[in-house]
Design a protein around this ligand. Structure first.
Ligand code: FES
Length: 87
């Protein structure tokens, strides 16, 4: 299970990738079909360049899902949220 208080950074190589947007996958950041039965669909990302590191949103607060936009930082200072600030 991923830490919901920080993004998941992975390296993607050239090709087409299905990125989870529902938060239910067991193979983050990739879609594993767990969105079935919901209205959500994976984000299809095409990478044409050399392998690159990408920060994927795991907190579901990003305004740019599936990419991280830093919104997870608001969880670090809100004691009502279960997420913890990374060590
Ligand atoms: S498993 Fe989350 S979008 Fe497919």
């Amino acid at each position: 299970m991923t830490d919901k208080a920080k993004p998941l950074v992975t390296e993607l190589g050239p090709g087409t990738h299905a990125i989870c947007t529902c938060g239910q996958t067991t193979n983050a950041p990739f879609c594993d079909g767990s969105h079935s039965g919901t209205e959500l669909r994976p984000e299809i990302v095409k990478v044409d360049t050399l392998p690159m590191n990408i920060a994927w949103c795991t907190c579901r607060l990003s305004g740019k899902v599936p990419n991280c936009d830093g919104s997870h930082r608001q969880l670090w200072d809100d004691p009502s949220k279960p997420a913890r600030k990374p060590e």
